[in-house]
Write a protein that binds this ligand. Structure first.
Ligand SMILES: *[C@@H]1O[C@H](CO)[C@@H](O)[C@H](O)[C@H]1NC(C)=O
Ligand SMILES: *[C@@H]1O[C@H](CO)[C@@H](O)[C@H](O)[C@H]1NC(C)=O
Ligand SMILES: *[C@@H]1O[C@H](CO)[C@@H](O)[C@H](O)[C@H]1NC(C)=O
Ligand SMILES: *[C@@H]1O[C@H](CO)[C@@H](O)[C@H](O)[C@H]1NC(C)=O
Length: 406
């Protein structure tokens, strides 16, 4: 059994109508539709962030834009292509390029406009030197050399970094990384040290992602440390990209991960978290946001309710006198389970007739100790929240507490 979670002292943020990055929940765009941009990355141009990823149904490159990394406008499919996994944007010349993986080869697409939806197939890319087949594509722009780099996880457990030439073709191999069975690479750089984040190879199931570091992209690379406590399996996610925001007061590196469903399908969600520096690890918070001007991270105001109990199927733990606002708000449930495959936690708010299976609200349910859900409470300290269990006999939910966020 895990220790009681430690409540952190949360800073307050002044934002009204607060909107937060809530890892693992279903994120919606400005039209209210679920964001469909998996295996993606973020490209910043002027003051706008562009999030590209593949649509879950047929792997078409989908693009979203945002000024604040919170509110995303759907700019639609960007090319008449399907089966292109993990697209990323590069700009090695006056055109915009998408690189992704199709049929285990890298494919590039090109457009004169970043968001016009008119990317056309440029090439099936034969990666030097040996034209292996490839799986996951990643992207890194190195400010030190003003060069875009394509990251790939190749067969034979060789993870590669190749320069992207000024004409958009893939150039010299900078690194052949053969330290293990890794995929889904991303890189960020801090104080002259490059950090390479990779996932293990476990299909759609999350694993403990690792981080390596080097002072040159060519290596030598040290490390292979866990980016999160191994039990957390990267908070139920797999790396796809590292976003760096250099603000007026702080630089924040953001881990972008996919919380895949069992098949990498439309129910897959996203886990984005700030990366703590020094020995890089993910700074897990149920909710957070980034000030895109200053680069600073902030958290909501939170009221905490403690518990220490175990419930099985047919039992409830009851939190009483929970203070609500009367409007939909975020709760974070703190619990763990003995076996995520054996059942799910349930939540009843004010004894509503039908309980909600927490897994339907947050794909981290059962996989992370902090699971955020959006519910409607009544105004005042009058709410009853019951946490129950649904599943096989022997399934157990260890209940630690509840937080209500403003
Ligand atoms: C980089 O340098 C800055 C300023 O010296 C420091 O605050 C920061 O912690 C360093 N980052 C890392 C990853 O060492
Ligand atoms: C758990 O709470 C729900 C909602 O009030 C109720 O229907 C159910 O009977 C409770 N189960 C137990 C074992 O108390
Ligand atoms: C809930 O509030 C009521 C009324 O203020 C109080 O009598 C009761 O002790 C409170 N219960 C808990 C569990 O704090
Ligand atoms: C809870 O919901 C998830 C996601 O929809 C589903 O996979 C799971 O089977 C449900 N659990 C139970 C015990 O019904």
């Amino acid at each position: 059994m895990r220790p009681l979670f430690a409540f952190v002292v949360l800073c307050s943020s002044s934002a009204l109508g607060a909107d937060w990055i809530v890892p693992g929940t279903a994120w919606t765009d400005m039209d209210g539709n679920k964001i469909d941009a998996h295996g993606g990355g973020v490209f910043k141009r002027d003051d706008t962030f562009y999030w590209i990823g593949h649509g879950a149904a047929n792997q078409t490159p989908m693009l979203y834009s945002s000024a604040d990394l919170l509110n995303w406008k759907n700019l639609g499919p960007q090319a008449a292509i399907t089966g292109l996994w993990r697209p990323k944007i590069a700009k090695p010349n006056d055109k915009f390029w998408i690189f992704g993986q199709q049929d285990r080869y890298v494919r590039s697409l090109m457009s004169a406009d970043l968001a016009g939806g008119r990317y056309t197939a440029a090439a099936k890319v034969h990666l030097p030197p040996s034209d292996y087949t490839y799986s996951d594509t990643g992207m890194f722009y190195d400010e030190a050399s003003s060069t875009w780099h394509l990251l790939t996880s190749a067969d034979h457990n060789t993870l590669q970094i190749n320069k992207i030439n000024p004409d958009g073709t893939v150039g010299d191999r900078v690194l052949a990384f053969t330290k293990g069975a890794y995929e889904a690479p991303g890189i960020f750089v801090e104080n002259g040290t490059y950090y390479l984040v990779v996932s293990g190879k476990t299909g759609w199931r999350a694993n403990p992602n690792k981080v390596f570091w080097a002072t040159s992209l060519a290596g030598p690379w040290s490390g292979g440390t866990d980016i999160a406590p191994p039990d957390e399996k990267t908070y139920g996610s797999q790396n796809t990209f590292e976003l760096t925001l250099r603000g007026t007061r702080a630089t924040t590196h953001v881990y972008m991960g996919d919380a895949w469903d069992a098949k990498g399908g439309p129910a897959s969600n996203y886990v984005w978290l700030p990366i703590k520096n020094k020995q890089p690890t993910l700074d897990y918070r149920p909710m957070w946001k980034l000030d895109v001007r200053t680069g600073e991270v902030s958290y909501p105001k939170t009221k905490q309710y403690y518990a220490a109990d175990v419930v099985g199927p047919g039992q409830n733990f009851t939190f009483r006198n929970i203070t609500g606002t009367g409007a939909p708000e975020w709760l974070t449930l703190h619990y763990s389970v003995n076996d995520a495959a054996a059942g799910d936690a349930l939540i009843y708010v004010n004894d509503d007739a039908s309980p909600t299976n927490v897994s339907t609200l947050n794909s981290c349910a059962g996989h992370a100790d902090a699971v955020s859900v959006r519910v409607k409470l009544q105004a005042g300290a009058v709410n009853i929240v019951r946490l129950g269990a649904l599943g096989h006999p022997g399934f157990k939910v260890f209940v630690y507490g509840l937080e209500v966020h403003e």
